[in-house]
Design a protein around this ligand. Structure first.
Ligand SMILES: [Zn+2]
Length: 130
């Protein structure tokens, strides 16, 4: 990949990261204050559910942020390998990278990995995420 193309993907990742950060956390504090001030037993399950939803959203957001900063690290550590599949070392198609600039695998390797996860043989791959 040409340095200019890598720079373009880097900008894209930085923009995505800025967007996620700007979106902000779902405010836990206000949910908690609400529950305390109401002292309504019926409202408690709903508040709990909202907190579960909020924490799941936050987790997904954090996971996306982590994937994006991993990709940014890969670009700065080893720009030449950016855009190459970590599974088979083949270039990841540009269309896929444009859609998912933080992606590490080509579609073929991704499908294989997901199949292994489904089949419960994912153990050796788990270290990839540590
Ligand atoms: Zn591959």
């Amino acid at each position: 990949m040409k340095p200019a193309e890598i720079a373009a993907f880097r900008d894209r990742l930085l923009a995505l990261r800025a967007e996620l950060i700007a979106a902000g956390d779902v405010p836990f504090e206000s949910l908690r204050d609400d529950a305390v001030s109401k002292v309504d037993e019926d409202a408690a399950p709903l508040t709990e559910m909202n907190q579960v939803i909020a924490s799941r959203r936050n987790r997904e957001r954090v996971a996306s942020l982590n994937r994006i900063s991993d990709a940014l690290h890969r670009i700065s550590d080893d720009p030449e390998s950016f855009g190459l599949c970590e599974g088979c070392d083949e270039p990841i198609p540009e269309g896929r990278l444009l859609l998912l600039p933080h992606v590490r695998l080509c579609a073929g390797c991704q499908a294989e990995e997901e199949n292994e996860v489904t089949a419960g043989r994912s153990r050796r791959h788990l270290t990839d995420y540590v």
